[in-house]
Design a protein around this ligand. Structure first.
Ligand code: FAD
Ligand code: DLZ
Ligand code: SF4
Length: 510
């Protein structure tokens, strides 16, 4: 007799070529998909993220049915919903007579543990939607003193053959970042991402999410994400034609009122499984071969996907379940209220948090050098910072969010992801954005009541972590600059920074 099985498809596993589907058999096995509170509530996700996922899940279920699969889909408001993934597997097992389930490895240790403890056996298969399997990352990492993305990336270039000719990188260099990172000139008019009007499924889901989660951080207004593969492919084509040519040049730029600039806005689709890394990178490479986009842009973009994205995932699974609770710098300040409201005089933070509330999106430099930089300089508790990032972004799942936050941004892993902390004073933000000119603080002021808080906190950070960082060759110059200041000035900087932090702790508007 053929054994009946369940095939679990999670909300971020919306890919046709999923290992669990490859292992399953049409006609015998039943796919289980479920909208459950355990997933909507383990952190209070931005309502736009939930709406995107539920709409995409519903459409993917219809697509799988049309392809011949038996699909059991539980909607959030189904009165029999047990509201957990193991609970829905058990209910499906009782209804179908299945005695076991198969799944593709979830992107979070919490859910892997829940499947391992489920009341029926769940066979977990590797997630085949990534370029670098765990064992390969382990083999690469084994015995290295430091894990650095750049070396990993070169391996991935060799492995994929992307932008390679005769075993060598095209253009004679692996990395064209030197040509990127231009400051934004006045009058940039980026096209932005391709927008999709809500159809019936999306509207129905928006109503449900508004009713159940409408009072959470973030707005549902102006929902424009694609919610199926066809839409995601159109969004990819749009990016390649309209934004990729300028992607490299303005990758690090920040402009008030322009939340998207030339960024891809593809992480939300990639991470949910509507797009795959290979097709996205091949489309970018083709644009370069067709002379439709310059090499610095195409190499930079491909590096983000086969370099950073894969490296970050490798780190998450290598470091293990305690990674989210690392706190190498012993930071313990509570997350200020303005991370939830945008209610601050610091224009850069207002822009980044406000855009995040509206769009469930901020681009990389806003995440790293504005909200992340402030959190690190001010000594915010990294676990609270981690939860904030997991909540607010539509592309956030722990495997990708956590190493970016705990590692890259907060240095809470003590240097696993980066060799030095990403910290800067106001000058960097001023150089890369137009924020400072309309700020209540003066970026040129290094002390005093109008001094840009990033300037004060930058030195405060270096001073309080001197023991850890002064021996780091990449930070020696910073300490030399600090030490060259006369002592009175240094004392004033530290006192002004302490005053700022005390105001922050009292919940005053800063
Ligand atoms: P683009 O700037 O256009 O980049 C293209 C693609 O490269 C992205 O779609 C993404 O898939 C990939 N990519 C680029 N950088 C990274 C990176 N560091 N890690 C992984 N993938 C990368 N990315 C997420 O997908 N989810 C997160 O929860 C997330 N949290 C972050 C938190 C912090 C503190 C920082 C500094 C970065 C975080 N990132 C995260 C990485 C990056 O900021 C986003 O991938 C990017 O902003 C997504 O927007 P985009 O598609 O317009 O990206
Ligand atoms: C993020 C999320 C949310 C909000 N809701 C669901 C859901 O109801 N059902 C589901 O299968 N998946 C959901 N997800 C995605 C999971 O949380 C995700 O699979 C894990 O975090 C692992 O990446
Ligand atoms: Fe941000 Fe400082 Fe510039 Fe104001 S002056 S926008 S606080 S960097």
């Amino acid at each position: 007799m053929v054994t009946k099985r369940l095939i679990l498809v999670l909300g971020d596993q919306l890919s046709d070529d999923l290992s669990a589907l490859r292992e399953g058999s049409q006609g015998t096995d039943t796919i289980v998909m479920a909208e459950v509170q355990a997933e909507t509530d383990y952190v209070p996700h931005h309502p736009k993220k939930i709406a995107f996922l539920f709409a995409a899940m519903r459409k993917h279920a219809a697509h799988l049915r049309a392809a011949g699969w038996e699909v059991r889909y539980t909607k959030l408001d189904n009165p029999e919903n047990t509201h957990s993934i193991p609970g829905e597997l058990l209910r499906a097992a009782e209804a179908t007579g299945a005695e076991e389930a198969i799944a593709t490895e979830p992107g979070e240790f919490r859910l892997i543990a829940a499947l391992e403890d489920a009341p029926l056996p769940v066979h977990i298969f590797p997630d085949n939607r990534f370029l670098c399997p765990h064992a390969e990352f382990e083999a690469w990492a084994e015995g290295r003193k430091e894990l650095r993305m750049e070396w990993f990336y070169r391996e991935m270039r060799r492995k994929t053959g992307l932008l390679m000719e005769d075993g060598k990188p095209v253009g004679g260099k692996w990395n064209f970042d030197h040509d990127n990172r231009k400051a934004p000139p006045k009058g940039l008019i980026p096209k932005g991402p391709l927008r999709f009007d809500p159809d019936e499924t999306v509207s129905e889901v928006i109503d449900l999410v508004r009713d159940r989660f409408g009072n959470r951080y973030g707005t549902l207004d102006d929902f424009w994400f694609a919610t199926d593969r066809a839409g995601a492919l159109r969004a990819l084509d749009h990016f390649i034609a309209e934004s990729l040519p300028s992607f490299g040049d303005y990758q690090d730029a920040m402009v008030a009122g322009e939340p998207y600039l030339y960024h891809a806005l593809l992480s939300v689709y990639l991470n949910a499984g509507l797009l795959g890394w290979r097709e996205v990178c091949e489309a970018a490479e083709q644009a370069w071969r067709d002379d439709a986009a310059p090499l610095n842009a195409v190499e930079g973009f491909i590096r983000q996907i086969i370099g950073w994205r894969e490296f970050i995932r490798g780190i998450y699974f290598r470091e293990g379940p305690d990674y989210t609770s690392r706190n190498a710098l012993g930071h313990d300040r509570d997350l200020p209220e303005f991370y939830w409201t945008g209610d601050t005089d610091m224009r850069c933070l207002r822009e980044a948090v406000g855009g995040t509330m509206r769009n469930a999106y901020a681009h990389h430099i806003q995440r790293l050098m504005v909200t992340g930089n402030f959190a690190l300089l001010a000594g915010l508790h990294p676990h609270q910072v981690h939860e904030w990032y997991l909540i607010v972004y539509a592309d956030a799942y722990e495997w990708v969010e956590c190493p970016n936050v705990i590692g890259m941004s907060q240095f809470a892993d003590g240097g696993v992801v980066g060799s030095k902390p990403y910290v800067s004073g106001g000058n960097y933000i001023n150089k890369m954005s137009d924020y400072c000119r309309d700020c209540r603080y003066a970026v040129k002021d290094k002390t005093g009541p109008d001094a840009c808080p990033f300037n004060l906190l930058y030195w405060h950070f270096l001073d309080r972590h001197r023991d850890r960082f002064e021996g780091n060759p990449r930070m020696a110059q910073m300490y030399r600059t600090w030490d060259r200041m006369d002592e009175d000035r240094r004392n004033t900087v530290i006192a002004d920074a302490d005053t700022f932090l005390a105001r922050l702790d009292r919940g005053e508007r800063v």
